[in-house]
Design a protein around this ligand. Structure first.
Ligand code: ADP
Ligand code: MG
Length: 274
């Protein structure tokens, strides 16, 4: 058999695999406000990607478009190569999209274990349901809190429980909107370890986040959104070093792509407070 020549022509390139998630020229307006402005975004299979940007940049709106809670005026959303732009939220969830929003959507009057049971009982029962509840409790650092009322959990524990609810459906892509808002540094770091463990299991993540230490811990790529447009993309180091990015945070005393995080217990400001 003849060895291939070093400069042999390569075999025809395989077509580029479809991104796990892709948006093409996505547009959303609220009245005169162009909140999502021609966004072309790509998230690869198995990637951990962070979305940052000043308050009011359009990050949460972009999430709601991806989930189908808002309909875009124009543009397309592709999930695993399939056009899902017109699909209802539950149809996207069924295809493997899951989300944890900033405000926990847990049942405060029920125990922690019961919350997880409700989320899991759609596809598990009997011994496998019990085993999965136990496994999730351990994963979420909530084993000791299992019998407590979810409403009595600390702020950080509630966020973890909600992550548990979101991953109980075994998503392929998990969206997290400010998962560490209001967490202590230790809780933030533990959340990063959960993200890394999920990612090792093959889950892709897209997280809106302000805390650049957390972004540095988890992100393989970072996208900066500014006035509804993609302003910059790169690694955490590239984004932190980018003076153009630093400039768009001027006037935002508490947040910014520097490694100085805002006060951890400060609630996220909404554009309405600004
Ligand atoms: P971010 O999450 O980056 O802080 P948002 O996506 O929440 O930004 O908001 C982007 C802009 O769109 C803000 O100016 C906000 O006031 C406006 N906005 C968001 N949701 C609505 C809505 N439902 N109706 C009208 N304006 C909205
Ligand atoms: Mg937001």
């Amino acid at each position: 058999m003849t060895p291939p020549l070093p400069d042999a022509a390569p075999a025809a390139a395989a077509p580029a695999p479809a991104a796990l998630l892709e948006t093409r020229a996505l547009n959303k307006r609220f009245g005169g406000l162009h909140v999502t402005n021609g966004v072309d975004f790509r998230l690869e299979e198995g990637e951990v990607h962070c979305l940052i940007g000043p308050n009011g940049a359009g990050k949460s709106t972009f999430f709601r478009l991806l989930l189908g809670e808002y309909a875009p005026e124009s543009g397309r959303i592709l999930y695993r190569g399939e056009d899902v732009t017109a699909l209802k939220p539950f149809e996207r969830v069924r295809r493997g999209l899951s989300v944890k929003f900033q405000v926990p959507g847990i049942f405060p009057g029920l125990s922690v274990a019961h919350n997880l049971e409700i989320a899991l009982q759609h596809h598990l029962e009997g011994a496998s349901l019990t085993a999965e509840i136990r496994r999730l409790l351990a994963f979420l650092n909530l084993s000791d809190a299992a019998p407590e009322r979810a409403g009595a959990l600390s702020h950080g524990q509630k966020q973890w429980l909600e992550i548990g609810m979101a991953i109980s459906l075994k998503p392929r892509l998990l969206l997290l909107d400010e998962p560490t808002a209001g967490m202590s540094p230790d809780e933030t770091h533990a959340t990063g370890e959960m993200v890394q463990a999920l990612n090792r299991d093959g889950v892709a993540l897209l997280a809106i986040e302000h805390d650049m230490a957390f972004v540095r811990q988890i992100a393989q790529r970072v996208t900066v959104l500014h006035v509804g447009r993609i302003f910059a993309q790169g690694t955490t180091d590239e984004i932190v070093a980018d003076e153009r990015v630093a400039a768009i945070y001027l006037g935002e005393a508490e947040t910014g792509p520097a490694d100085r995080a805002r006060p951890r217990d400060a609630p996220a400001r909404s554009a309405a407070d600004a």
